[in-house]
Structures are given as C-alpha cells and as structure tokens.
Write a protein that binds this ligand. Sequence first.
Ligand code: PMP
Ligand code: GLN
Length: 389
Amino acid sequence: LNRRLAEFGTTIFAEMSALATRTGAINLGQGFPDTDGPEEVREAAVRALRDGRGNQYPPGPGVPELRAAVAAHQLRFHGLTYDPDTEVLVTAGATEAIAASLLGLVEPGDEVIALEPYYDSYAASIAMAGGTRVPVTLRPTTEGPGTGRTYRLDLDELRDAVTDRTRLILLNTPHNPTGTVLRRDELAAIAELCVERDLLAVTDEVYEHLVYEGEHLPLAGFPGMRERTVTISSSGKTFSFTGWKVGWVTAAPPLVTAVRSAKQYLTFVSAGPFQYAVAEALALPDAYYTGLRDDLRAKRDLLAHGLGQAGFGVFSAPGTYFITTDIRPLGATDGTAFCLALPERCGVVAVPTQVFYDHAAEGAPYVRFAFCKRREVLEEAVKRLRDAP
Ligand code: PMP
Ligand code: GLN
C-alpha cells in the first residue's frame, strides 16, 4: 500500500457491518435501508435489462434520459437550471463523483477544506488527488445534553482556514455523521468566502431529500456560486437503492469537463440499465418524496426517544439517516471502545463518530446510530439498549 493510502485501512462501515454479521447484532452502523426502494423503479430496471437498454457501455456522460431527469430534478426542487448535455455527468454513486471531482480539480499540494467530522471517503479522495486536507471542526452547541443539542460551524474558523493554497471547500449538507443541516446564513457566508477568495466548492448533497426540519439549500443557488460549485447527489439514499451506485454531478461546463476527465479513467461508465430506472425514479410525484421523508422522520423520532430512554445524550437530527449521541451520561467516554463492546453487551452495532475526525479527541464521546431501518428493528434495538447491562 502506498504512502497516500496507508493511513486509511478498511472503512469503518465494512468493519462494523462485519462485526454485526459475526455477532448477529442489529446493524444500526452502516447507513443503508433494510427495505428496497419503489417496486415500479425496480420494474423499470428489469424492463431496461430485458429490452437491452444499457447492457452495453452507456454514453460517457450518462444516458440522455437520466441526464435530462437530473436537470429536471434540479429545476423542480431547487430552481437551478442545468443543461443536460454540458452540465450533467452521471457517476458510479456519489463516491465516484467526489473522487473524480478532487482528482480533476486539485493540483498536488493544494489545500482542501472539509468540515470535520467528515464522511470517510473525503480524506482518502483528497489524499489520492495529492491534496492536503484542512479540517474545520463542527462543534456541539452547549445547549445541554437533551435533544435540541446540535452542531454548528464556526465561520471565523472557516475563514481562518483559507490560505493562498486553498483550492476548494468540500461541503456536505445535510451532514453525515452529525445529522446537521447547514442554515441559510451559514451557506451564505460560505458562498461569500468562496467568491472573495476565489475558491471552488464541491458539495455532497446525497441527503438532500432527507430533511425533517428546516430546508435543504444547495450552495450552487447562492450569489456567485453557480459557476464555481460542483453539486453531487445520488440515487442511493433518495430511492433506497444503495447497491445500484448511480450518482451524478451538476456544474458549469468547465467543471463538469474536469470531473469527467477523471471519471473516464476511473470507471469510464457504469450501471447502464439502472440509469434508465433512476431516470424514472427522479420523475416520481412529490408524494413519493414527502412520503419518504415522513416515514424517516417518524423513525428518527422513535429512535431518538428510545436512545434518550436508554440514557444517551441525544443530538437533534434535522437531516440524514443518522442520530449522534453523547455516551458520557452513560458513564463512558471512548466511543470506539463503546461500539466495539456494544454487540456483546446488547446485540446492537453503532459507529464511533471519532473515526470521522482528524482531531480524534473532539469526537471521542460520540456515537452514531442509523435509523433507516424497519420500525420493528428499531423497536427491538431500543429495547436491547434500554435493557443493556
Ligand atoms: N456522501 C455521503 C455523505 C454519504 O453518506 C454517502 C453514503 N451514502 C455517500 C456520499 C456515498 O454515496 P453513494 O453510495 O452514492 O456512492
Ligand atoms: N453512507 C453510509 C454511511 O455513512 C455508508 C456508505 C458506505 O458503506 N461506504 O453509513
């Protein structure tokens, strides 16, 4: 293993899911739904397979139907206009979009700012691109241990992190793992900073439809950002098909060209028949999107309530699949040790938030639980956590 990748090892998600399998524990670690997405979308994939659409290499930028559907989605939900021919690129999930964006836009030695704790592929992708990551820490507000506690971005710290070598800000909202959604004033300040210091932004918006309070605002919609933002999303979370790995990028033509230049040598193309199915999924009526959100909101409430009863400090989770908890009220301080022991103790797997930090001490007492699971699974997990010795 080369020096760029040596620090990364196996992803925490693979590690914790393997632990769940080995111990037979309920897996609230890795964020994937335990119910597949809409029947009609699965049927659309089968039809594409059967009709021979996408069984051979699809076009490099993605099939025209999906590019048109992505552009229509950006307009319908966010009021953003993109040309499907020059400003949309289909990728192998958001993961490839993130990697290809960094590989296509970052020069070796460039600094990339990311909000810590961050999704684990960011650090590895920055490293593969030869960039230097500069973490800016989201910190828990001090509003007490109960729900209502949340994470905030310190804008002064963000401003101070920018240097002459900063190339881009890699942003994620709604934010994994904290469950935070960046507010309008925070995004406006980030946009101003990008314009003032001539930075690019790469925004990971895979949880764009999973917002339970407040709203998701794409950074690309802020003044001066349309031309300097690579917006990334994916069908995994929005349609509950995390195994299909269909993602996309929307951006101005020069940025799409840069991302595509890297993408063509990573995977070239992927997921032919699934691209047609996702095109149909994106056109589902509003009721689908609100139904998904309402279902997940109820699950979040169930798990948040149960975690509180079990003695955890529970952060509010206005977005994503995840609830962050503070284990100190339980008398524990090391999230990693806590998560490694939890399956034996009570048959539940969670993820230590610590692994998403460069400043690991900042994240030590926090543990992330996923709530994208069936009600009865969440209820059983809550029961086990409440009864844990
Ligand atoms: N970004 C974030 C913040 C995620 O949580 C995930 C996991 N779904 C991804 C990117 C990866 O998305 P995909 O499965 O589409 O590659
Ligand atoms: N995004 C999911 C999570 O944060 C899992 C993705 C993965 O396993 N790579 O749990």
